[in-house]
Design a protein around this ligand. Structure first.
Ligand SMILES: [Cu+2]
Length: 181
């Protein structure tokens, strides 16, 4: 009866492999950006005093980044961002040139996964503010959801392959050869 445990292990590996592969999309359902103030794409004649992003669940307060880059390529936020529960906000300077102001964020969701992305608003009437420093090279505006799924997919696929290999190996064993360790 040495076969039974091996078959069970193979079945277990198969199960874990299948579950790991199929559960991967669900595992990426971590914190999402629900809304921004100003709203994405808003056209504003008056500069807002601050930018606030609201997520669907509480954020971790460490390593949060939130900045606003104007049409001139300079930063227009003032001071450091503040995380409060599910929201992150940063104060703005009095704004300057007319055009698109990009809101770049990178936060850590409650489950420890980083989320990043971009929103923007448009200033339609120029203000008299002075810009902050020239912005560092901007990150692409992806939400970064895809990357965190990869380990699950790779792990699931590997386990699936190993499980199939064990099943195949067991199937090839001749009945008479069983019992030799
Ligand atoms: Cu997550």
């Amino acid at each position: 009866m040495r076969r039974l445990p091996l078959v069970m292990i193979a079945a277990l590996l198969l199960c874990v492999g299948v579950v790991g592969t199929w559960a991967a999309p669900a595992a990426s359902a971590h914190s999402r950006l629900k809304s921004s103030d100003p709203a994405d794409g808003a056209k504003l004649a008056t500069a807002p005093a601050q930018v606030t992003l609201t997520f669907n669940e509480d954020l971790q307060s460490s390593f949060a980044t939130l900045n606003v880059v104007g049409p001139d390529g300079h930063y227009w936020q003032q001071g450091d961002p503040r995380v409060d529960g599910a929201t992150i906000s940063v104060a703005l300077r009095e704004l300057g040139p007319v055009g698109e102001y990009r809101i770049n964020f990178r936060v850590t969701s409650g489950d420890g996964h980083p989320i990043e992305g971009r929103r923007s608003f448009e200033l339609t009437v120029a203000g008299g503010g002075t810009p902050g420093p020239l912005a560092e090279s901007e990150q692409p505006g992806s939400e970064g959801d895809g990357l965190s799924v990869v380990p699950f997919l790779v792990g699931g696929a590997l386990i699936l392959i190993v499980g199939l290999g064990v099943v195949f190996w067991l199937g090839r064993r001749k009945p008479g050869s069983a019992g030799k360790s």
